[in-house]
Design a protein around this ligand. Structure first.
Ligand SMILES: [Zn+2]
Ligand SMILES: [Zn+2]
Length: 103
């Protein structure tokens, strides 16, 4: 093995970096307002944000992802800035490749 093989090997071992959504993509996420009736739902059927584990309240601003999972706008915005996939089902929220090679 020569020096260049070794360099290649090291480059290959470096995991690609995951990137989040762009500002525009975040802006284009589907915003909804919660109109459900969480108060009257049985405990195990309440709609909640699986990022902060808080139940949705009427008129709260939410974001519905492509995969139909719903989160607080605030919670999911922070999440997708760093990670372009749904926190629950890992569905990509963009058609771009979401990995970049480390320079
Ligand atoms: Zn939340
Ligand atoms: Zn999802």
């Amino acid at each position: 093995m020569n020096f260049f093989n070794l360099l290649e090997l090291m480059a290959a071992r470096q995991a690609p970096r995951e990137v989040g959504l762009t500002k525009d993509e975040i802006k284009n996420l589907k915003r909804i307002t919660y109109q459900g009736d969480n108060k009257n739902k049985p405990e195990n059927e309440k709609d909640l944000c699986t990022i902060c584990y808080c139940e949705f309240e009427k008129d709260e601003k939410l974001v519905e992802l492509r995969c139909k999972h719903v989160y607080h706008e605030e919670c999911i915005t922070k999440w997708v800035e760093r990670n372009a996939k749904c926190p629950v089902c890992k569905a990509p929220q963009t058609d771009r490749p979401i990995f970049t090679e480390e320079e």
